[in-house]
Design a protein around this ligand. Structure first.
Ligand SMILES: Nc1ncnc2c1ncn2[C@@H]1O[C@H](COP(=O)(O)OP(=O)(O)OP(=O)(O)O)[C@@H](O)[C@H]1O
Ligand SMILES: [Mg+2]
Length: 459
């Protein structure tokens, strides 16, 4: 009889990122650094707080290569909420330590891409290529706030899929794998930012399998408008280049197709000339032909790429109903990215407020009376939603229903903003300051007044 054992492999993961200094010394053995830091953490700590910067590594052999060590995330597949600031007992987790060096923003040459110089340049093909992990993408992941941990679970699932596919499975006969992900949802909900953040994080997480990474962004909109009538041919050319890049098995390639409906509109609808064409501004049959050709080429190209386990294609769309059914059927993970709920809205606005305080556009926080409970001693940043909800007296209010607590005012304001996109929310504080204040620094109360006025004016 087979016994099922619950092994160490079932323990949740605590992800620790070791950021390395940029060196001119050439090749660094990140595997050795990873191992050294893992052993050191287990010896030195019994528990680690998620989000904590870990210090005291000066005695390590590779200390001079290390810029920082951070416990960045905790992955539990059944998590209902984001686990931030949680204390993790190291006995209860598997440590996933990754060491990486950030690349600069510099241009990438054709040789870097493993392509000949006389071939079309990436920009001719409406491609934008970035080395991963990259300094320009450093804040994308952390800037996103979701009430449910959809981004961390997505990162985990894709990392898991990719690492399983590295075990030599056949993508046709053993396991169906297309390496194709789709993020869909309303405008401004963070899909593009999430894709870029995912590309960065995936490259770091998969550091034990790949030594380099590239993000290749395909500008679907301009591709179709610039190469009107030839989009099919161009899609095929682009994917030939991607295939050539993927020949280097130590390189992880993340392809991003924003607004994928431009390239893979439903062929059924294009052929029947239904209203979907109008939705995508494809009124005439010539454009519909372009969509059909582009879709056909993209499907063929995706099928050719699927035996490469070092490449993933991340797509975004506002119009999932307009996508071709054969394309949708190839998608390995479809993820809805919704507009933020009040708790996430509060967090987004809070991050804007903290940034404004840091830049001295807002006056520093003065903590008094009721808010002492939320802010704590010497804590100069605005309280998080979790801190606020934990506090007993947070519903206290004046007789007329108003409150003097900035944190409670912001919470109530967040509830009124439900339905707004992340993009609109990140713009609100700036709009409010521009519309209702004269010069810096502005008092927090004044900003909150201005935000409330703005909402009444705009509604
Ligand atoms: N959930 C969120 N948390 C924090 N910021 C967000 C969130 N959603 C969107 N934003 C911010 O809104 C801006 C727009 O985001 P992004 O371009 O990723 O949205 P999108 O879903 O791709 O939009 P579109 O569908 O119009 O292309 C970015 O500055 C991003 O940081
Ligand atoms: Mg977008």
């Amino acid at each position: 009889m087979t016994r099922i054992r619950s092994s160490a492999a079932q323990k949740p993961l605590l992800h620790v990122e070791v950021r390395l200094k940029n060196t001119e010394q050439g090749f660094l053995r990140t595997d050795l650094i990873r191992d050294e830091v893992s052993i050191w953490l287990r010896q030195k700590y019994s528990a680690i707080v998620i989000g904590q910067e870990i210090t005291g590594y000066e005695g390590l052999m590779h200390a001079e290569n290390i810029e920082s060590v951070n416990a960045v995330e905790y992955t539990r597949t059944d998590a209902e909420e984001n686990d931030t600031q949680k204390v993790c007992d190291l006995e209860d987790v598997q440590l996933d330590v990754q060491a990486y060096e950030l690349h600069g923003r510099g241009d990438i040459s054709m040789a870097d891409l493993g392509l000949e110089d006389d071939e079309e340049k990436p920009e001719d093909l409406q491609l934008h290529v970035t080395d991963l992990p990259n300094i320009s993408l450093e804040r994308h992941w952390e800037s996103l706030v979701f009430t449910k941990p959809l981004h961390t679970q997505l990162l985990h699932s894709i990392t898991r899929m990719l690492s399983i596919m590295q075990m030599g499975l056949d993508t046709t006969t053993d396991m169906n794998w297309n390496g194709l992900m789709l993020l869909y949802g309303p405008p401004g909900s963070g899909k593009t930012t999430l894709c870029r953040g995912l590309a960065q994080k995936l490259t770091i997480r998969l550091g034990s399998y790949f030594t380099r990474g590239k993000l290749v962004e395909i500008c679907a909109q301009s591709l179709l408008s610039k190469w009107f009538g030839e989009s099919g041919k161009l899609v095929s050319k682009i994917f030939e280049k991607l295939e050539a890049m993927a020949l280097d098995e130590m390189s992880f390639i993340c392809v991003m197709i924003d607004e994928v409906e431009t390239l893979t509109g439903s062929r059924e609808r294009s052929m029947s000339g239904s209203e979907c064409g109008d939705a995508m501004r494809y009124g005439d049959s010539k454009t519909d032909q372009g969509v059909i050709q582009a879709t056909n080429q993209l499907l063929t190209a995706l099928d050719r790429l699927r035996h490469r386990s070092n490449i993933v294609v991340l797509c975004t769309s506002n119009l999932i109903d307009a996508l071709d059914s054969a394309f949708l059927d190839r998608v390995d993970i479809k993820q809805l990215v919704p507009n933020p709920e009040p708790r996430a809205i509060y967090e987004i606005l809070r991050s804007c407020i903290n940034k404004l305080i840091q830049k001295e556009i807002l006056e520093p926080l003065v903590v008094q009376g009721q808010d002492e409970e939320f802010f704590g001693d010497g804590e100069l940043s605005f309280p998080s939603a979790a801190q606020l909800l934990l506090c007993s007296g947070w519903e206290d209010e004046e007789n007329d229903g108003t409150t003097r607590s900035p944190a409670i005012r912001l919470w109530r304001f967040s509830e009124k903003c439900e339905g707004m996109s992340g993009r609109a929310l990140r713009r609100l504080p700036l709009k409010a300051l521009a519309r209702h204040t004269y010069s810096n620094p502005v008092a927090l109360e004044t900003l909150l007044d201005a935000l409330e006025k703005l909402l009444t004016e705009d509604s």
